[in-house]
Design a protein around this ligand. Structure first.
Ligand code: AP5
Length: 215
C-alpha cells in the first residue's frame, strides 16, 4: 500500500496517517514532523527550514524531495508507506514518481481529505502538540487526560508557532496556490479518492479505508 494523504492544514492528514500506520504497519512519512524535528535539533536543514515554516511558506522542493527519497530507501518502507504532507507541489509529485519508478514502484492511491475552511481553523486553533514526542491533541475534540501534559511521555504540550491565526491563513493560501493543483494531477492519473474529512476521526478513518478498498 503506497498511499498519499492530501489535504489542507488541519484536514487530519497526520491523524489518519497514524491510524493507517498502526493498523497496516506501513510507516507514516510526515515531512512536517521531520522538518520540525530538524528545527528542534538545530541541524543545517532545521536552520534553513524553521523561518519558512514559521511564516507558513513551503521549504524548497529539492530539500524535501531528498528527505523523502531517503525515507523511501529505508527497509521499513519496502512494504509500503503513507505520505503525509508530501508532495505539496507539482515538481515534488514528479520527483516522487521518478524516484518510485527507479525502484520499480508506484503510488497506489491518493486520498484527499476535504474539510470546510471554518472547521480547519477551529481544529488548528485547538491543536496542541507534545514538545517531545510530537503526539497531537485537540483542546475539545481529543484532550489529554491532564490539561497541558502529554498522555504518553508527560512532557508539556505546546501550540505550534505556525498555528497562530495569521500564519494559518497564509498556510491556507499557500495550499490553494501550490498544493491544490495536485488534485487534478492525480485525478488525471486515476489515483484520486476524495472523501469528506468531517465527523469523528474514527468515522473519517472508516471512509479512508473504504477509499483504499480495505475492509
Ligand atoms: P505540516 O506539518 O505538513 O502541516 P500541514 O500540512 O499544514 O498540516 P497540519 O499538520 O496542520 O494538519 P493535518 O492535516 O496533519 O491535521 P492533524 O491530523 O494534525 O507542514 C508544516 C510546514 O512544514 C509547512 O507549512 C511547510 O513550511 C513545511 N513542509 C512540510 N512538508 C513540506 C513539503 N512537502 N514541501 C515543502 N514544505 C513542507 O489534525 C489537526 C487537528 O485537528 C488536531 O488537533 C487533531 O486532533 C484534530 N482532528 C483531526 N481529525 C479530526 C476530526 N475528524 N475531527 C475533529 N478533530 C480532528
Amino acid at each position: 500500500m503506497n498511499v498519499i494523504l492530501l489535504g489542507p492544514p488541519g484536514a487530519g492528514k497526520g491523524t489518519q496517517a497514524k491510524k493507517l500506520s498502526a493498523e497496516f504497519g506501513t510507516p507514516q512519512i510526515s515531512t512536517g514532523d521531520i522538518l520540525r524535528d530538524a528545527a528542534r535539533r538545530g541541524t543545517e536543514l532545521g536552520k534553513l527550514a524553521a523561518p519558512l515554516m514559521q511564516s507558513g511558506q513551503l521549504v524548497p522542493d529539492d530539500l524535501v524531495v531528498k528527505i523523502v527519497e531517503e525515507c523511501l530507501r529505508q527497509p521499513d518502507a519496502s512494504r509500503g508507506f503513507v505520505l503525509d504532507g508530501f508532495p505539496r507541489t507539482i515538481p515534488q509529485a514528479e520527483a516522487l514518481d521518478a524516484a518510485l519508478a527507479k525502484a520499480g514502484r508506484k503510488i497506489d492511491a491518493v486520498v484527499s481529505l476535504d474539510v470546510p475552511e471554518s472547521t480547519l481553523i477551529q481544529r488548528i486553533s485547538g491543536r496542541r502538540s507534545c514538545a517531545k514526542d510530537g503526539s497531537v491533541y485537540h483542546l475539545n475534540e481529543n484532550p489529554p487526560r491532564q490539561a497541558g501534559i502529554c498522555d504518553k511521555c508527560s512532557s508539556p504540550l505546546i501550540q505550534r508557532e505556525d498555528d497562530q491565526e495569521d500564519k494559518v491563513r497564509e498556510r491556507l493560501a499557500v495550499y490553494a496556490r501550490q498544493t491544490a493543483p495536485l488534485k487534478d494531477f492525480y485525478a488525471k492519473r486515476g489515483l484520486l479518492r476524495s472523501i469528506e474529512g468531517v465527523g469523528s476521526p474514527e468515522g473519517v478513518y472508516l471512509d479512508v479505508k473504504k477509499a483504499l478498498g480495505k475492509p
